[in-house]
Design a protein around this ligand. Structure first.
Ligand code: BG6
Length: 487
């Protein structure tokens, strides 16, 4: 069979997350969530904002956040105000020809405290209206059910995902979503970047480091609970909505060995196993991989499983595998290696690649490699749930925004996707991250913009929040119209 490019029904789209785009943090009965509590210190330099101390949640920061009733220095509380602008945003997506919108539902909008008996009707209505608006234009819906933000009550009362009770609360939430949106949603994703539980436990599994006696143990136990919640969600979806599609997703950290020194090669194997494969092996193959036994033994980690857990994982693997892809990194056995930044991680720098202003290294070939590796390993359809460039954009007086750097970035990644499809990969969709400007997850600021649509707001939430089309908007429109041929 000769493949020449993107299949006819390829899903071109854009992605956002509720906590970063919606705003309206206390409107419509929404409860406070974990992302609403991440502060911004406006006067810090970019380097300081990229530091681990800045990104790390502490008990003191968390307690202070809960006392702030207004927006304060919490940019996720205003986002891009999609809560009040969703009709306008979706009309712009339709004008661009977008086939699919990947968005997340805010758990705290549906269950304000996470453990409530009844869902919040206003929250349910908000998403119903939003989905109807998408359907008006024939835009398909890809829902992330949990993109980092959990109701704070689930942290205060239960200690986050390390408590097995969260599985029940999550499954109740999933059931509510399926009951209400079974005819609206095309693709379901229970967890955004499930490997975040390891690389950023506050975002991933709602743990605060200074509250944990044995941090690593809590992290892996919490991840186990998410794996079980994932399997139960697949089970429920398939029972309630026969034929529905449920996927898993990781932040894909593609690693290259620094040299052909076998020690670098072994480090690369381990980096790939511990940061990537572990998660998708559990969720797509349906069991803990053998290589993790040694890792757990050597790190004194003991996962408590209940009877039936392993059978559940085996019986309910996902239907497709998704990932976010921004940059690649180097694996080396040497301690001395120049570092650079990546999403919520510090990475070893690759001397062959260019870096963005935030240090993330651009590598379209790595995307082609990744697509081949994932498809080859699981033989399940693959979806690129996030990819894009965070950059400082300038709104000119005539309201234009010239962003050739973003077009270059997107173009070379889309070319790599096409090559991977010709290689034989069953890639069925691509959603540009932050299709509309939103608050950056790592550095908690508007200035790091990903959108092809500009939002007129600054880091502190000042501005009109009016939307403007960037040059990349027109470029992506042509790309979609030509099914990826006019780049
Ligand atoms: C991904 C997250 O890891 O990276 C998104 O799923 C995030 O929520 C994206 O926004 C880009 O990271 P950042 O830090 O530039 O916003």
């Amino acid at each position: 069979m000769t493949r020449t490019g993107f299949p006819k029904d390829f899903l071109w789209g854009g992605a956002t997350a509720a906590s970063q785009v919606e705003g309206g943090f206390n409107e419509g009965g929404k409860g406070l969530d974990s992302q609403d509590c991440r502060p911004q210190y406006f006067n810090l330099s970019r380097q300081e904002k990229n530091s681990w101390e800045y990104k790390q949640m502490t008990s003191a920061k968390f307690e202070a956040a809960k006392k702030e009733a207004g927006i304060g220095n919490y940019p996720f509380r205003f986002g891009s105000e999609q809560y009040s602008h969703y009709k306008e945003d979706i009309a712009l997506f339709a004008e661009m020809g977008m086939k699919v919108y990947r968005l997340s539902i805010s758990w705290a909008r549906i269950y304000p405290n996470g453990d409530d008996e009844q869902p919040n009707k206003e929250g349910l209505k908000y998403y119903k209206d939003l989905f109807n608006e998408c359907h008006k234009y024939g835009i398909k819906i890809f829902v992330t059910m949990l993109h980092y933000a959990i109701p704070v009550n689930l942290m205060d009362r239960y200690g986050g995902w390390k408590n097995r009770k969260l599985i029940d609360f999550y499954v109740r939430y999933a059931k509510t979503l399926f009951e209400n949106y079974k005819d609206d949603v095309d693709y379901w994703l229970p967890f955004n970047e499930i490997n975040a539980g390891r690389f950023n436990p506050y975002n991933g599994v709602a743990l605060i480091k200074d509250q944990e006696e044995n941090y690593d143990q809590s992290v892996y136990q919490a991840l186990h609970h998410q794996f079980i919640a994932n399997a139960l969600t697949v089970k429920l979806a398939h029972e309630m909505m026969p034929g529905s599609k449920v996927g898993c997703m990781i932040a894909r950290f593609c690693h290259y060995a620094a040299t052909c020194d076998p020690r670098d090669q072994l480090t690369q194997l381990h980096d790939e196993q511990y940061t990537n494969w572990f998660y998708t092996d559990v969720l797509a193959r349906g069991s803990y991989p053998a290589y993790m036994d040694r890792f757990f033994d050597e790190n004194d980690i003991h996962i408590q499983m209940e009877e039936g857990d392993e059978e559940l994982l085996k019986a309910y693997p996902v239907d497709f595998v998704a990932f976010s892809y921004y940059f690649t990194q180097v694996s080396t056995a040497s301690e001395e290696w120049e570092k650079t930044d990546g999403n919520l991680v510090i990475a070893n720098k690759n001397p062959y690649l260019e870096s963005s202003e935030w240090g993330w290294q651009k590598d379209p070939t790595g995307l082609r490699i990744t697509l081949n590796q994932i498809y080859d390993r699981y033989q399940k359809p693959v979806f690129i749930a996030e990819n894009g460039l965070g950059a400082v954009d300038v709104l000119n007086e005539d309201k234009t925004i010239h962003d050739p750097y973003r077009i270059d970035y997107l173009r070379c990644h889309i070319e790599a996707m096409k090559e991977a499809i010709i290689d034989g990969v069953d890639l069925f969709g691509y959603t540009i991250w932050g299709i509309i400007d939103l608050v950056s997850c790592g550095s908690i600021e508007m200035s790091k913009r990903y959108g092809v649509i500009y939002v007129d707001a600054d880091d502190e939430g000042h501005g009109t929040f009016d939307r403007y089309k960037k040059d990349s908007f027109y470029w992506y429109k042509k790309c979609i119209e030509s099914n990826g041929e006019t780049l």
